[in-house]
Design a protein around this ligand. Structure first.
Ligand code: NAP
Length: 244
């Protein structure tokens, strides 16, 4: 069976690894191309957008894709909606792997936001803000006058900071809680802004914020496609194997 694995997350990497030695399933992983030098997934991988809805449908047909496992990031909602719709129309089995959202616990001070633009309503002027939502969404903080934005960049050359107040910091994940605590102290961070990505790979910053008693502005997830979802790697692997 030819499985298209929509990737871009740590879990997609784990799913690819699990299938790399299974001769019954030919996995083709797909990356959007957002990371300049992605680590190899251990299965044949195509990189870059498909070129829109029609092109995605044509790709599924041309490559004789038997099922699509969508393990994209919870905020890659456009891709998930489009893939779910096209697969439904073409009667190609589709499943979304979606890690559970983070929930606040004891000692957390979270404010939920509907979008990046909301941050300015809650974070006071003068604050030093660690913005963990990446370079792509930075222009959405254009209303954060009077706050200093500190943005960590994973694999790109920092370049010019596009907003009046703030700067880029280089950093290569994974980060431990101790490292995040030290960074927040060193940078004198007052607030953390993050997307509700869920999962363990990037939660150290939340544990660090709890440890330091820092307030967190948590951006809610976008609406996901309707239909069943799987929350664990083993459930995702079983779903694929049941299709054989
Ligand atoms: P998006 O807004 O949902 O999708 C935008 C376009 O990117 C899609 O229409 C598609 O282009 C292309 N695309 C997205 N995922 C793709 C994939 N796995 N393979 C091939 N093309 C893909 O997605 P996004 O938020 O820009 O995220 C892009 C990628 O980065 C995703 O794979 C996601 O897993 C990863 N990622 C996203 C975030 C985040 O916060 N959004 C965080 C970490 C990782 P075409 O229409 O041309 O096919």
């Amino acid at each position: 069976m030819r499985l298209l694995l929509l990737a871009g997350t740590m879990e997609a990497r784990q799913i690819a690894a699990a299938f790399s030695s299974d001769n019954r399933i030919k996995v083709i992983a797909s990356l959007a191309g957002a990371t300049r030098t992605p680590r190899a997934l251990g299965v044949p991988t195509r990189i870059g957008g498909f070129g829109g809805r029609e092109a995605f449908a044509a790709y599924l047909e041309r490559e004789r894709i038997g099922a699509v496992l969508d393990a994209t990031h919870p905020f890659a909602a456009a891709m998930s909606h489009r893939s779910a719709d096209v697969c439904h129309e073409m009667q190609v089995p589709y499943m979304q792997f979606l890690r559970p959202a983070w929930m606040p616990g004891r000692g957390d001070h979270w404010t939920f936001l509907n979008s990046e633009e909301d941050a300015a309503r809650h974070i006071p002027e003068g604050a030093r803000v660690f913005v963990a939502t990446g370079r792509q969404t930075l222009e959405r903080y254009g209303n954060m006058h009077g706050r200093t934005l500190i943005v960590r960049l994973i694999d790109s050359v920092p370049g010019h900071f596009p907003l009046p107040e703030g700067y880029f910091l280089p950093g290569t994940p994974p980060f431990t809680v101790e490292e995040e605590v030290a960074l927040f102290r060193r940078q004198e961070i007052d607030w953390l802004v993050t997307k509700n990505a869920g999962g363990n790979a990037s939660r150290a910053k939340l544990d660090a914020a709890r440890h330091l008693g820092l307030p967190v502005a948590m951006i809610r997830r976008p609406l996901q496609p309707e239909g069943p979802k799987l929350e664990t790697i083993s459930a995702a692997l079983s779903w694929v194997r049941r299709l054989l």
